[in-house]
Design a protein around this ligand. Structure first.
Ligand SMILES: [Zn+2]
Length: 169
């Protein structure tokens, strides 16, 4: 971690945020180094997640790092997880509405519907396949960062999200 750097963050309007990111096929030093720089950049910006396209790399990788915060006081405190080549395998029909921010849209909070629970698969930094079930705030971070990998910004998601009807518990 000695040479990790704070990278510039792409803001909405940058074309790279609209582009589908490329899958990682070589789990080599350059991917480890990018992950390390993304982590340093996310911490410096006080984020709970960051995706590679946000630091101008069109690579299917993101970091999630949940911790309790004023908006989500009950959010779990977890060590940052590096997620490579993410897939959402299954999503609950139950949706939850909550405000989200985005490092690429400084100073704005937007209410977004997200699946309350998702089953996911991804690779870790060594190329091992991981399967997991995520709920609540962590599921929300995953869906937010996964959108970045697909080239969907929070503004576009909020327009799609307006059509989401109220769901019943
Ligand atoms: Zn974002």
């Amino acid at each position: 971690m000695s040479n990790s750097a704070v990278l510039p963050i792409a803001t909405v309007g940058e074309k790279i945020l609209d582009r589908q990111a490329q899958a990682v096929t070589e789990f080599d030093h350059s991917i480890q180094s990018l992950a390390s720089d993304m982590l340093t950049t996310m911490i410096a910006a006080n984020g709970v997640g960051i995706a590679a396209p946000q630091v101008f790399s069109s690579v299917a990788m993101f970091i999630m790092a949940s911790r309790p915060n004023p908006r989500y006081p009950d959010a779990p405190n977890m060590s940052p997880i590096v997620v490579v080549n993410p897939h959402i395998i299954e999503a609950s029909t139950h949706m939850e509405l909550a405000e989200e921010g985005c490092l690429s849209i400084p100073g704005q909070r937007i209410k977004i519907w997200r699946h309350a629970q998702i089953k996911v698969q991804y690779h870790d930094l060594n190329g091992n396949l991981i399967s997991d079930t995520l709920v609540g705030f962590i599921a929300r971070i995953f869906q937010h960062e996964y959108d970045h990998i697909q080239g969907i910004t929070l503004l576009e998601r909020s327009k799609m999200s307006e059509q989401q009807p109220e769901t019943v518990n």
